[in-house]
Design a protein around this ligand. Structure first.
Ligand SMILES: Nc1ncnc2c1ncn2[C@@H]1O[C@H](COP(=O)(O)OP(=O)(O)OP(=O)(O)O)[C@@H](O)[C@H]1O
Length: 136
């Protein structure tokens, strides 16, 4: 709940079973309760890392050549932007994806090594180029 809801002493209509991570219970206006099942329900105390940990396998499948789309859906003010973007101090899913680091190294006939993506001022001949890809 946000500060306004807390200070006006609003009650939560959503309940989580303490031992399960795939369901929640909603209390209706007539006090009846409805159960809903999902693939996964993250708990309110879960942080940005917990959200990303759940999405990590899908993000990893990009490296296997699959197209991936993560969408955030929900009522206004429920935290879609916070979850995906986060804040500078508390980054969201978009900032926790993999980082690809590419180096291209040239070894010329004087056995000098040059980083091609950094320095491209001097062209040389008889060169061997290495392409390194690091995935973190
Ligand atoms: N998990 C969270 N922890 C702390 N603050 C949060 C969290 N989720 C959302 N908030 C805060 O709640 C407010 C609304 O969140 P946010 O802007 O992400 O909602 P939204 O779903 O993107 O809204 P809209 O659909 O109107 O764009 C923001 O001030 C945000 O910082």
């Amino acid at each position: 709940m946000n500060q306004t809801e807390i200070s006006s002493r609003s009650g939560s209509v959503v309940g989580l079973e303490s031992s399960l991570d795939d369901g929640l219970q909603v209390t209706c206006s007539d006090s009846s309760k409805k159960q809903f099942k999902f693939d996964l329900v993250l708990r309110p105390e879960g942080n940005q890392e917990a959200v990303f940990a759940q999405r990590r396998p899908i993000v990893s499948s990009v490296l296997d050549g699959y197209n991936v789309c993560i969408s955030a859906y929900g009522q206004t003010g429920t935290g879609k932007t916070f979850t995906m973007e986060g804040t500078p101090e508390n980054r969201g899913v978009n900032f926790m994806r993999y980082e690809l680091c590419v180096n291209m190294l040239e070894v010329n006939n004087n056995e000098k090594i040059r980083e091609l993506l950094v320095d491209n001022t001097n062209q040389s001949t008889n060169k061997c180029v290495f392409f390194c890809l690091n995935v973190n």
